[in-house]
Design a protein around this ligand. Sequence first.
Ligand SMILES: Nc1ncnc2c1ncn2[C@@H]1O[C@H](COP(=O)(O)OP(=O)(O)OP(=O)(O)O)[C@@H](O)[C@H]1O
Length: 250
Amino acid sequence: MDKMSASHLDLYYGDNHALKDVSLPIAERKVTAFIGPSGCGKSTFLKTLNRMNDLVENVKITGDVQLDGQDIYSPKVDVTLLRKQVGMVFQRPNPFPMSIYDNIAYGPRLHGIKQKSKLDEIVETSLRGAALFDEVKDRLKKPALSLSGGQQQRLCIARALAVEPEVLLMDEPTSALDPISTQKVEDLILELKQKYTVAIVTHNMQQAARVSDYTAFFLVGEMVEYDTTSKIFGSPSQKKTEDYIVGRFG
Ligand SMILES: Nc1ncnc2c1ncn2[C@@H]1O[C@H](COP(=O)(O)OP(=O)(O)OP(=O)(O)O)[C@@H](O)[C@H]1O
């Protein structure tokens, strides 16, 4: 089943036609990876899924993006609520300059939760969900910025989970991490798909092959091929996909 879908999506940054007639499903409780060379529009596409591009000046978007069958670009949509349902984790860990606890409680507080016992429960559940609780349980009041880079990224994942999203968007979530932290985040992604729908942009083809169920290959704003990850990496149907996978360009 599809949790989200894009159809005939075009996006312009001013005169730059960054996405060209992209149509793509995002399967529920699966991991979908977006791969392709630098500048091909992967991040731009990811950000159309929770309207992060709305924040960019001179952006023009046409076409349709749906979440649970509803058009997310409809004027009726509450964008704050949309971004609660479709959370995002960025390339560089970006914890707020506050305690570990407050980083996680921030979103729920913003959405009106004040009761301490409830916040305590959300903080613990979110940290457990991001496989970080055991490492930080004795120092929840310590600054988030005192954590290692890999822990900070898992904290950012916990922060995204705290508002109970349905979809998690990850924009190269391990590109700033060491190999051990990368592996922890990859293991976590595989766990997260039990409960969440995940879409991930990655430069790293091995990572796409390891963590994703479906892969979409982008090239200069076009979505060239979408299929199961095993098909894309095993026997892609487009020559361009094959050339990219085997490293003929990129
Ligand atoms: N905020 C922005 N304003 C104007 N142009 C942008 C903006 N973000 C991206 N672009 C342009 O849109 C095109 C696609 O960029 P995008 O970042 O989506 O590609 P990408 O495949 O994610 O690349 P990378 O792997 O390098 O992050 C590029 O030409 C880029 O210069």
